[in-house]
Design a protein around this ligand. Structure first.
Ligand code: AMP
Ligand code: MG
Length: 395
């Protein structure tokens, strides 16, 4: 049995980032950038009017100006703007050279073909060439997940096919003869399969759409099914259930028969001890203990980290801390525990409220969870207000 930190080190060292591919910008949302993006030109590329108004000489002391022309965004003005002259100009238009300022239209009075200044502001109202970024500046780093803002930067630079990580292919299978589909009626001793729905949601929160299936507790039949479903095409294979050492726990032999070398078989964590992690070439597999809460904990602690590594995202940073609400009596355990909890902000501080959980099989404890409270091994009771660490989880 290895500690959580060691399991994470093994996972990080074994997961090789996926290959990269150029992808059309309009398909890049939430993909992971795998190249550095530098400004190939100054941003903005030329001095632009920041307001609708009038361009005049920056130090022209006149009170009245003759309007010599009009310039919209997208146009250019070749003429000069002399003393006592103004150019009607609109937001975004390229400012002609020659030390100008833009007077807001709200600050002038229009009198025929002339304008009169109502007030003089110190503002130049110009967006200067290169003020956002100078040509050559690094703007986006490798391992950036592309959202709307980053996509806008790529568009501004004309980067229409950035190099991103290939989409991660995930296959997920539940295993167990006791399972019936959520729409089925369990016979005596049977239960509805909830782990497919759980993993579907957790993976979707990471922008991944898994292929899913159900295996019976029979290695040969399961092997045949996995092969027929081209599971060797998956970058990440997840099998739910059958990870301990019971007579019907077939996940380890199954992964081994598929060619995976097992690097982790037990982690000193509660819940979630019988976790399997293996690799075959660059492909990665996990066997997740079947209980729903174990699933939830193992996914956030280990699978999510493997996904980040495969996509080329930075490793998870250290756990943040919060003040414990209510305290926790007698939580002494030899294993590091990750307990369902709810994090909230109040009075400028983070507060963590533990949620009730009866066992690792307690699916109800997953309602409203947005954090997992880390309780180090051997921790005696925790007093109210104690500073605790937690793993944030999406909700
Ligand atoms: P296992 O890891 O196969 O030993 O399963 C541990 C516990 O989780 C058992 O009580 C199983 O019935 C339960 N379990 C296994 N798979 C699922 C599933 N897909 N949905 C809900 N519970 C499950
Ligand atoms: Mg089972």
């Amino acid at each position: 049995m290895i500690p959580v930190s060691e399991a994470l080190e093994i996972i990080r060292s074994q997961c090789v980032p996926l290959p990269v591919e150029p992808v059309a910008l309009d398909q890049c949302w939430h993909r992971v950038l795998r190249e550095e993006i530098h400004a190939t030109e100054d941003l903005p590329a030329f001095d632009r009017a920041a307001m609708d108004g009038y361009a005049i000489g920056r130090d022209d002391p006149a009170e009245e100006f003759g309007v010599v022309g009009e310039l919209q965004a997208g146009g250019t003005w070749a003429g000069a703007i002399g003393k006592g002259q103004a150019l009607r100009i609109f937001t975004g238009a390229a400012l002609p050279p020659g030390g100008l300022r833009v007077v807001m239209q709200e600050d002038v009075e229009i009198q025929g073909g002339k304008i009169k200044l109502r007030r003089r502001s110190a503002e130049l109202n110009i967006r200067f060439r290169g003020e956002d970024a100078r040509r050559g500046t690094r703007l986006l780093s490798q391992g950036t997940r592309l959202g709307g803002g980053e996509m806008a930067v790529l568009a501004s630079l004309g980067q229409t096919r950035p190099q991103v990580a290939r989409a991660l292919r995930v296959s997920h299978f539940v295993m167990g003869d006791e399972l019936v589909p959520p729409g089925g009626t369990p016979q005596a001793g049977q239960i509805r399969n909830s782990n497919s729905s759980l993993l579907q949601g957790l993976l979707r929160d990471m922008d991944l759409a898994p292929r899913q299936g159900w295996l019976r507790d029979d290695v040969e039949a399961a092997l045949q099914q996995l092969r027929s479903e081209a599971v060797d095409q998956a970058d990440l294979l997840l099998i739910s259930g059958g990870t301990s050492v019971g007579k019907m726990d077939f996940t380890r032999p199954l992964l081994e028969r598929l060619g995976f070398q097992i690097h982790i078989s037990k982690v000193c964590v509660r819940p979630g001890k019988p976790l399997l992690f293996g690799t075959s070439g660059n492909r990665v597999a996990f066997g997740l203990p079947g209980n729903p809460l174990s699933h939830f904990v193992c996914f956030h602690l280990f699978v999510a980290e493997a996904i980040r590594c495969l996509q080329g995202l930075p490793s998870r940073p250290g756990l943040p801390s919060a003040f414990l609400e209510g305290g926790l009596p007698g939580c002494l355990n030899e294993r590091e525990t990750y307990a369902p909890a709810r994090i909230s902000t109040g009075g400028g501080r983070q507060h963590l409220t533990p949620l009730a959980w009866r066992s690792s099989g307690d699916v109800v404890s997953l309602i409203d969870v947005n954090a997992l409270l880390q309780i180090p091994a051997g921790t005696p009771e925790l007093a109210a207000g104690a500073v605790v660490s937690y793993l944030p989880v999406t909700h």
